[in-house]
Design a protein. Structure first.
Length: 487
């Protein structure tokens, strides 16, 4: 192939060869030996929004047991609180909702958004957030500030008609977006767009920039926010002695100085085992309990009691007007109520994480071993382009290839989040052609985890299936690199 002069030409070349790439991917599935009757029924991730994994055995048993019982939601709310407090201590509390996005909604609306009642004009408020991955979730609840960022969220799931805007854009709330020091926001992808490359993030230099921006907006700031992940690909590779991500701890300290909450989106995280809210200084942390934690579809909020009281009041679970200790009414956020099954599933999953952590860690260890072995067998020209690590927080294996774009690297194609939404992320759509349900694989960062057809009903990793899935990813990378002119 002719040498390409500009970066966008690489992606134009891939676009022109999509048909050939997908045809080879399908043939590769036959070569790997993926059974025809299994295709489309297992994947590289524990759960995605459109396809969920099987909950823990203990969760399924709890649902079966309680399905024929009459149980007050008040009792379930209190049992959930007891489980959270048994691990984090009495100063922390827990609250279930229907999804992690619902958890973010109630946190921002109740803790960061200005009141809508009162005399005079409504004031504006702003929360500060680093320019990081998945910004369309935890960064999408205010209007982006400064204006130069107003388009980076345009196609990222925030434009689902008026209802989508209603949920994502809070009243008089702005999102102050701050670039991280050491990060790289170079444009990549078939749907060309800035990518978020974070392996070289300097947390100390980044917090200086966040502080400068916060000082300029001081009287308007009502919260700080970030992800709760723990890997280098997400910018959290620098750790404190206690194992907590240093950048998160620094943001927590900054929020404390401003006397506002630090809201952490840990959607793909596991309570008790993963990022410890007590170590980072976060005030509230939200989870998607069906992603890493092995629950039914549900969200969880864990946080300091002073903030959780306000959230429980908003959700109608704090107490009746005549002074009861707890209630489960239908308050402002009835649209994100978890229901009985959600509560039962979250409680059972939390007990597994607390009492049987090996059910979470053992499949992860096994998958990590398989990933290392399979990527060691990749074409020798690509072998040194990947950094593979385990995320205890997410129960996932991170496969990062940012370094392939540094000096003397092979320049493995990077796909943007816009590629994901437009269906042009080859590393996702190509896996589908192999019959393997894809995972998050944009911004040079691939996250894989057990659970979507790769674990048995006891939660043990099915090694053959996991190896097929990882081997398929390796083969797809080789095919993509061939049409990119690298191999």
């Amino acid at each position: 192939m002719a040498e390409l002069k500009y970066r966008y030409e690489l992606y134009r070349q891939l676009q022109m060869n999509l048909g050939k790439i997908y045809a080879e991917a399908k043939e590769a599935a036959d070569e790997i030996g993926i059974p025809a009757d299994l295709r489309g029924k297992f994947g590289l991730t524990g759960a995605i929004s459109g396809c969920h994994g099987i909950p823990h055995k203990e969760v399924r048993e709890a649902l079966e047991k309680t399905s024929s019982q009459i149980i007050s939601n008040n009792k379930l709310d209190e049992e959930l609180r007891d489980v959270v407090k048994s691990v984090y201590g009495d100063e922390y509390d827990g609250l279930a909702v229907n999804t992690c996005e619902g958890a973010l909604w109630v946190c921002y609306d109740a803790l960061a958004t200005p009141p809508m009642t009162g005399r005079g004009d409504n004031y504006r408020a702003r929360y500060v957030i680093p320019y990081e991955k998945h910004l369309h979730h935890h960064g999408g609840y205010g209007r982006p500030f400064p204006g130069k960022y107003k388009d980076i969220l345009a196609d990222r799931g925030n434009t689902a008609g008026e209802l989508g805007f209603y949920g994502k854009r809070q009243n008089n709330l702005d999102t102050i977006i701050v670039k991280l020091s050491g990060a790289d926001y170079t444009c990549h992808g078939i749907k060309y767009h800035p990518t978020v490359l974070l392996t070289d993030v300097d947390p100390d230099a980044s917090i200086i920039e966040m502080r400068k921006v916060a000082e300029r907006h001081g009287h308007l700031i009502t919260a700080f926010a970030s992800l709760g992940y723990d890997t280098v690909g997400y910018g959290y590779g620098v750790k404190e002695k206690d194992g907590s991500p240093r950048l998160q701890k620094l943001i927590g300290e900054l929020a404390f100085e401003y006397d506002v909450p630090y809201i952490v989106d840990n959607a793909w995280g596991a309570p008790f085992i993963g990022t410890d809210i007590r170590k980072t200084g976060a005030d509230v942390m939200t989870y998607s309990m069906d992603k890493a934690a092995g629950s039914v579809t549900a969200g969880l909020i864990v946080g300091k009691e002073e903030w959780l009281v306000q959230l429980r009041r908003a959700l109608g679970t704090h107490g009746d007007r005549w002074g009861t200790g707890t209630s489960h009414g239908k308050a402002a956020y009835v649209t994100i109520d978890p229901g009985k099954e959600g509560l039962v599933g979250v409680i059972a999953a939390l007990k597994v994480l607390r009492d049987k952590p090996e059910k979470f860690t053992k499949p992860l260890d096994d998958l990590y071993k398989i990933a290392v072995e399979e990527f060691n067998a990749i074409d020798p020209a690509l072998k040194n382009e990947f950094t593979i690590s385990k995320s205890l927080n997410s129960g996932a294996v991170e496969i990062n290839y940012e370094k392939s774009w540094k000096e003397n690297g092979k320049r493995i194609p990077i796909f943007s989040i816009e590629d994901m939404y437009s269906g042009t992320n080859v590393l996702q759509t190509g896996m589908s052609h192999m019959g393997v349900i894809p995972t998050i694989a944009y911004d040079a960062n691939i996250f894989i985890s057990p659970g979507l057809g790769t674990t048995d009903l006891e939660g043990n990793l099915i090694h053959e299936r996991a190896r097929w899935a990882v081997r398929g990813m390796v083969k797809l990378i080789e095919i993509t690199c061939k049409y990119a002119g690298i191999l």
